[in-house]
Write a protein of this length. Structure first.
Length: 256
């Protein structure tokens, strides 16, 4: 084996080490007792409750609105502009998304007076948290689900229609089961992204304990008063992320 052939895999493994080392340092630096104590604190439990409530509502909205879009994109020649619009929130910095939400839905924003006229106030509420989570999670769901729906065979859909199934019944009994593993993976990725959302939520919803403080915001607040709690919450999120990634890999294997 030539020297170049030996150097290439070594360089790749160095990158893997660089990616994993901070996570190992985080977990190794958190004692089990410290983890249990910090995770049992009222502030952590309150942030966990807010995160679970808001992310599950956000995921329901993402699935409800994103599934029809993903199906449409999987069956039509999509214009590059449409894909760019869907992908845009993925590449924008969270701070930009937060400013954009304020400028659109804030009191002095574009739609602020309209919302105020019907008695709706979004900034610094749980609804603002949900909206920020939808904004960052929806693109991942749509793009991943679109690829999953491409696995549905048009000929099978045609056979179902020929046998008397309505378009909606054919979709539910043929297309959705064929794409189910990929759609579940898309939902898991979207939920994980919503759970980890920080920047846009901080700017648009604030960091109000028990109201808008999610787990990532609790880490931000704990760093100023209790580093052990910040480490414990971080380890919790690492565990959730690993579990979700493993679930996505299992679902992807079944899909294959």
């Amino acid at each position: 084996m030539s020297a170049a052939a030996r150097v290439v895999p070594i360089a790749g493994w160095l990158l893997v080490v660089l990616l994993v080392l901070p996570v190992i340092g985080l977990v190794a630096g958190t004692a089990p007792g410290e983890l249990v104590g910090a995770l049992g604190s009222p502030s952590t439990l309150a942030a966990l409750a807010v995160s679970l409530r808001t992310t599950f509502v956000a995921l329901a909205i993402i699935i409800l609105l994103g599934t029809p879009l993903a199906w449409t994109l999987s069956r039509q020649a999509t214009h590059p502009v449409v894909l760019t619009l869907v992908e845009l929130p993925v590449v924008l910095p969270p701070a930009v998304l937060g400013v954009a939400l304020l400028e659109t839905f804030g009191r002095a924003g574009w739609l602020g007076p309209v919302l105020a006229g019907i008695g709706v106030q979004l900034p610094f509420t749980a609804a603002a948290v949900v909206l920020a989570q939808v904004l960052v999670g929806a693109p991942l769901y749509v793009l991943t689900a679109t690829e999953a729906f491409r696995a549905a065979d048009d000929d099978l859909l045609l056979v179902a229609r020929t046998l008397g199934a309505s378009p909606s019944r054919a979709w539910l009994t043929v297309a959705l089961p064929a794409a189910a593993p990929g759609v579940l993976s898309a939902a898991a990725l979207a939920w994980a992204r919503a759970l980890g959302e920080f920047g846009a939520t901080l700017m648009f919803a604030g960091n109000l304990p028990g109201r808008t403080q999610t787990l990532p915001l609790a880490i931000y607040g704990a760093l100023e008063r209790d580093v052990a709690q910040a480490r414990a919450i971080s380890v919790l999120l690492v565990g959730v992320a690993l579990a979700l990634l493993l679930a996505v890999r299992v679902l992807g294997g079944r899909r294959g």
